[in-house]
Write a protein that binds this ligand. Structure first.
Ligand code: NDP
Length: 453
């Protein structure tokens, strides 16, 4: 180790990189972590956390709507976007400071600069020109919004800018049918924007269970979102008072903002990966083995830059595993199966395990259980919404392969259901669990009738 200045150099101060740096330093390793922008990465600075705060803000709209049915008069309720953004920014600054404190507290050095890898062990700090040699390098540089390469794209925004708009757009056109497009469409709509969602496929949310996809789209349309399928934005023009999005079907939509949410691209450019001989896979992400090791034995990569499963808790576990394995004499790696996820749409989705289509494609004979009902909370208010729950069960073993929920609290419910699925619970185990009444979640343990075998 004497040849090295450091045991671990982490590139990228997002959730995964920070976890790896902190754990490695706690285990006694000499660690530096470089971040060119703000400590906290996509999730904390311009992703999950600020998004969830905006989602909370947006949900007051239907809370006020429901309140009337319960006897409340809510007079003069008004929404102020700049207040929300300012309060959100304060909270993000607090979290960023906490991240910095935790990393330094663990004994890792924070380097506020972009860095470049020069060879398998050397990193150059661009701000100072200093070269540091590390026994291991961990690349945790995340990703950035993909571009569409259309005329006028510079007039559009991505989720990065959506968090800093000076005013709430009165009208917004969003291209994409994935997590980000759907979440922003729902939250802007609830806050009062007129939203058009344009998606190139014949259904939103590819990869999710088909019943969930159709149900969420139905709820979005019922809330006034104009969902246009099999369509794409071909061109954006600036006009004096607005933008105009030209679609492939010939339509032209006027809007205050046009947002592109067409996936994210791993940050692999201009960080010296080629110089070090780090191989990328076909999708341009860093190719790694199950221990997160790249084609260069001293260089590891975790999180979105590897595009395995671009979710924050996954990156955190991958980073933790690398630190434990290299410095804690405790080698382990993350099992990427049965990872729960949520889309904070309105209503939200919680999902874990196989969709019906994926289980079928894997050749598993199935029993499908499904229920759709009006949430109790919406009965007095008369709000037009329904919860959907679905269990995908393997016929032979009775194992619950997938749990899919759309409705208020779906993400919270699925976090718990994921424990059962991960443990290999059977439908019988679900049935043997006594319902907790009155809840929505009780439906998960009282589903008796197969809708399909
Ligand atoms: P997604 O991969 O979820 O969705 C991308 C969308 O863009 C898809 O609908 C895709 O269509 C469409 N698309 C891709 N290329 C084009 C193109 N050239 N022209 C038109 N449409 C295109 O990416 P997001 O950007 O929404 O999110 C990135 C990742 O971040 C997610 O996959 C998720 O892992 C993570 N995330 C997680 C969240 C959460 O946990 N709640 C929230 C936000 C993000 P098609 O389906 O046809 O390919």
């Amino acid at each position: 180790m004497a040849d090295f200045d450091l045991d671990l150099f982490v590139i990228g101060g997002g959730s995964g990189g920070v976890r790896a740096a902190r754990i490695a330093a706690n285990l006694g390793a000499r660690v530096a972590i470089a971040e060119e922008y703000r400590m906290g990465g996509t999730c904390v600075i311009r992703g999950c956390v600020p998004k969830k705060l905006l989602v909370y803000a947006s949900r007051f709209a239907h809370e006020f709507e429901d309140a009337a049915g319960f006897g409340w008069t809510v007079e003069g309720a008004k929404f102020d976007w700049p207040t929300l953004i300012a309060n959100k920014d304060k909270e993000i600054a607090r979290l960023e400071a906490a991240y910095r404190k935790n990393v330094s507290g663990a004994g890792a050095e924070i380097i506020d600069s972009r860095v470049v890898i020069e060879d398998a062990h050397t990193v150059r700090v661009l701000k100072t020109g200093v070269r540091l040699r590390a026994k291991y390098i961990l690349v945790a540089t995340g990703g950035h919004p993909s571009s569409l390469n259309i005329p006028g794209e510079e007039l559009s925004i991505t989720s990065n800018e959506a968090f800093h708009l000076e005013e709430l757009p009165r009208r917004i056109v969003i291209q994409g049918g994935g997590y980000i497009a759907v979440e922003f469409a729902c939250l802007f709509s609830a806050l009062g924007s007129k939203v058009t969602l344009v998606h190139r496929g014949d259904e939103i949310l590819r990869g999710f269970d088909d019943d969930i996809r159709a149900h969420v789209r139905g709820e979005m349309v019922a809330r006034g979102i104009d969902v246009r399928l099999n369509d794409t934005i071909k061109k954006i023009e600036a006009h004096k008072t607005h933008r105009c999005a030209f679609l492939s079907d010939g339509a032209a939509i006027e809007a205050d903002q046009v947002m592109l949410a067409v996936g994210r691209t791993p940050n692999t450019k201009n960080i010296g990966l080629e110089a070090a001989g780090v191989k990328l896979n076909a999708s341009g992400a860093i190719a790694v083995d199950e221990t997160s090791r790249s084609s260069v034995p001293s260089i590891y990569a975790i999180g979105d830059v590897t595009a395995r499963l671009p979710l924050t808790p996954v990156a955190i576990r991958e980073g933790h595993a690398v630190a434990d394995s290299l410095f804690g004499n405790n080698p382990w790696h993350l099992d990427h199966t049965n990872v729960p996820s949520a889309v904070f749409s309105e209503p939200e989705i919680g999902t874990v395990g196989f969709s019906e289509a994926a289980a079928k494609a894997a050749g598993k004979p199935l029993d499908i259980y499904r229920t759709r009902f009006k949430p109790m909370k919406a009965t007095l208010s008369g709000r037009d919404t329904a919860i959907l729950m679905k269990l995908v069960v393997e016929q032979k073993t009775e194992k619950v392969l997938g749990v899919h929920i759309v409705g208020e609290g779906a993400a919270e419910m699925v976090q718990m259901a994921a424990i059962a699925v991960k443990m290999g619970a059977t439908k019988r185990d679900f049935d043997n669990t006594v319902a907790l009444h009155p809840t929505a979640a009780e439906e998960l343990v009282t589903l008796r009738n197969k809708v399909k075998s």
